[in-house]
Unconditional design. Structure first.
Length: 255
């Protein structure tokens, strides 16, 4: 299935393209797990994507957050407040989601990089989508236990700090799928690189730690990777990580 930015990448697993960012729907019958929630102004698009795959917003059993940047957190509080949907994430990301602090690219960083191709058009697009809107999650929850979560798809959290302190990928071991969030992407409007890669360095809270966290992904048994930005990647996690490291090394030699 591929319809209006909704791609069925495996049985009951959908990658949805929003405003320069993705979210994932994992179904189990009429219920689902939602991984990430787009920009604030992606809400109607997100609700429409749920309807398109036959899921009521009230039937979303959990929203799993890879990290608490606005382009991934957008509709999470709406679902929590309106439908009582628990919003789960790594413990280190909880204060970020509550907006006790914000580890997100600043206006000054964007302006300093404005000479780079694609940066200023992306910034305008992001602002219009709610990139600077205040969207805290009032009551985010940590994972209730170690190991796989008892929600549709039974995803396994994989801590991948660096992009933010509590960034977390999610493996779906039953179907060889890995949701990488912003730990590993396959494209971005501000990037001219092709294939699996790190985001440009201005987006990372700690880029060296983000690079180290690729090691948490490369040993996973997955051959379908669903990034936070860019199209689905159909290769092994190991091959994707190797490609990202090669691009990062090339970028390091240029800087």
């Amino acid at each position: 299935m591929s319809n209006d930015g909704i791609v069925e990448v495996g049985p009951d697993v959908y990658l949805v393209a929003g405003t320069s960012t993705n979210w994932v729907i994992v179904k189990d019958g009429d219920s689902a797990t939602l991984v990430d929630a787009g920009y604030p102004k992606d809400r109607e698009r997100l609700l429409a994507s749920l309807a398109a795959v036959g899921v009521s917003p009230a039937a979303v059993e959990a929203v799993l957050i890879t990290h608490a940047h606005n382009d991934h957190l957008g509709a999470a509080e709406y679902l929590r407040r309106t439908h009582g949907t628990p919003v789960l994430m790594h413990r280190e990301e909880l204060p970020h989601a509550r907006r006790e602090f914000l580890h997100q690219v600043s206006v000054s960083q964007v302006l300093a990089n404005g000479w780079r191709p694609g940066v200023l058009p992306w910034a305008v697009h992001a602002l219009r989508a709610g990139g600077k809107t205040h969207v805290p999650v009032v009551d985010p929850q940590p994972f209730p236990r170690e190991g796989r979560l008892d929600v549709p798809g039974r995803p396994l959290p994989v801590p991948t700090p660096g992009h933010t302190d509590g960034h977390c990928a999610y493996q779906l071991p039953d179907n060889g799928t890995l949701i990488t969030g912003d730990a590993l992407v396959s494209g971005h409007p501000t990037s001219r690189q092709q294939g699996p890669q790190l985001l440009p360095r201005m987006f990372h809270h700690d880029r060296s730690r983000a690079l180290d966290s690729l090691g948490a992904l490369e040993e996973l048994d997955a051959d379908v990777l669903l990034p936070g930005h860019g199209p689905v990647v159909r290769t092994t996690a190991r091959a994707a990580v190797q490609h990202a490291r090669e691009l990062a090394a090339r970028d390091g030699r240029r800087s």
